[in-house]
Design a protein around this ligand. Sequence first.
Ligand SMILES: Nc1ncnc2c1ncn2[C@@H]1O[C@H](COP(=O)(O)OP(=O)(O)O)[C@@H](O)[C@H]1O
Ligand SMILES: [Mg+2]
Length: 389
Amino acid sequence: MSTTPERTGSADTSISGAEIVLDNVVKRYPGQKTTAVDSLSLTIPAGEIVMFVGPSGCGKTTSLKMINRLIEPTSGTIRIDGEDVLTQSENDLRRRIGYVIQGGSLFPHMSVAKNIAIVPKLLGWDSSRITKRTDELLELVGLDPSRYRDRYPRELSGGQQQRVGVARGLAADPPVVLMDEPFGAVDPITRQRLQDELLSIQRELHKTIVCVTHDIDEAIKLGDRILILQDGAQIAQYDTPEVILGAPAGEFVEDFVGSGSALKQLSLTRISEIALRTPTTATVGERTDDVRRRAESNGDMAVIVLDGRGRPCGWPWLRQLTGEKLVEPTEELINLDHRATLNDALDTMLSSSHGAAVVTGDRDQYLGVVDFRSVTEHIRMLEEQAARD
Ligand SMILES: Nc1ncnc2c1ncn2[C@@H]1O[C@H](COP(=O)(O)OP(=O)(O)O)[C@@H](O)[C@H]1O
Ligand SMILES: [Mg+2]
């Protein structure tokens, strides 16, 4: 099997993330009065996404960078699957730990493919294996390899650059991926898409992902667990989003999450958990008069157009349906992934002329529509629940 490039460093392609254990980790920067990280002990379970949140300067980045030794701890130990990172070679660490930072931080003079290939190249992979892996990763992060592999970073949008940054972090298929405010530099709709993509990638790959963010909504959405830190990387609470919202461990956490209001709970509810509306749909190439009749008898003012593979490709109003056949509208639809939260749904609806958003499932399959009414009904239900408790 020597000529076949493997997907992972090991022969087992179902391999999941590795457990990370921090034990009394301390970081004192020279010349600083206060200790940046004052004895942090923490277990990050294999295959989970753990979000580090907390006020600026509390030690999130320092804690993260000690895991891949971009910063050396003053004392304490960090183990990945039982092995002390301080005893590992630079190559081992690069192979085992991917790193993604804000904006993707791509090298401007290198093509997209070259940027993604940095770590594989350092690890001495042969060029056919690198090419195959680069294309595979571009697919994974939703960029068509033939269109994007030879572009330069300046020829990409901010969101696309960030996608390439994620691909680069995953290049050597590391069990652990560290991310520092990865989606901080993009607009809210793009950020939401990147978050949804990360969740869908993670469902496939089961990495251990440690992600720093200053955005509690992002932490609630992405995290299996959230670590809330105070100054000196003191743990204020380390638990699931549900517990942190439902039972904040004190005033600091309460203030930080902004208390468990119904609106915050919107970040906990996935679109997939609520009932979707199912307005009239049509298939590309259908006769417009048939479709109009169907929509009118359903009392709909607009129809959702699906392509031959059941993916939404347009949302015209009835008055726009003229002529013999249905045409695909030129404007791109902003779809909501079913893993998106109700909070995301509100953002997307606000930017839609329909005051609603089309929801898609795996492989962009059409599932239905979420509108303001479905969200407000859900809020009302949460409020009633809260009043009962
Ligand atoms: N290279 C450095 N030299 C000296 N002090 C630093 C350095 N990096 C961070 N610090 C200090 O350490 C503390 C924690 O910083 P950091 O880990 O970057 O926090 P966060 O990522 O939570 O904003 C802050 O007080 C910061 O000023
Ligand atoms: Mg930071």
